[in-house]
Design a protein around this ligand. Structure first.
Ligand SMILES: [Zn+2]
Length: 198
């Protein structure tokens, strides 16, 4: 196999949910595209790299000149509640459901085994700093009801308590299918999961 095909395939393989076969399909698809379309794609990726930043408070990517994203900056949001999610797509689903009005924190992943190298990839220390600098009355652990999400939730709760946080720590109500992900949950189910949290 030629090296440019192999190289691009390996790049696509790193994308979430993309396996060998899909990666190869992407490569063959691109090989057939006209030059202008390829240039447009390259430009869009470069623009993304140039314009999109990670929020210093919640770690959600956003486009803008400030250091803090529009959600963290919004004076209408409830600054007493923090919702911890695994990944950016989960935050987006919760926003789309329009039921939650507090702030967020993107943990950046999950873990199944409590391995040190995996734990160090999560933003646990950043979360503890955030809690220490704020005065939240409630922290919602909105992790996915998957084995990885549950393990991560347990670890996160323990770390939150270590900061001396004395407020409420809540979890989303059942209703999100076991093994399911917030990302693929419909708005109505998400709304009731937030309303019934405990
Ligand atoms: Zn933010």
């Amino acid at each position: 196999m030629s090296s440019s095909i192999e190289k691009l395939k390996e790049i696509f393989r790193k994308f979430p949910t993309v396996g060998h076969r899909t990666a190869m399909r992407f490569v063959y698809y691109l090989a057939k595209q006209p030059k202008e379309d390829i240039n447009e794609l390259v430009t869009a990726i470069l623009q993304l790299q140039k314009n999109v930043k990670i929020c210093q408070m919640c770690f959600n990517p956003f486009e803008g000149q400030e250091l803090i994203c529009p959600i963290c900056q919004n004076p209408a949001r409830n600054k007493n509640i923090l919702c911890v999610v695994e990944k950016e797509a989960d935050l987006q689903s919760i926003e789309n459901a329009k039921r939650y009005n507090g702030l967020y924190f993107v943990l950046g992943g999950t873990l199944l085994m409590m391995r040190k190298e995996d734990i160090s990839k999560l933003r646990i220390e950043e979360l503890k700093n955030r809690i220490n600098k704020s005065s939240f009355s409630e922290i919602i652990l909105a992790l996915n009801p998957t084995p990885e999400g549950i393990a991560t939730s347990v670890l996160t709760e323990r770390n939150i308590r270590e900061t001396g946080f004395s407020g409420k720590i809540t979890h989303l109500a059942r209703g999100i299918p076991t093994g399911g992900e917030l990302e693929y949950t419909d708005d109505e189910t998400l709304q009731s999961a937030f309303e019934g949290r405990k």
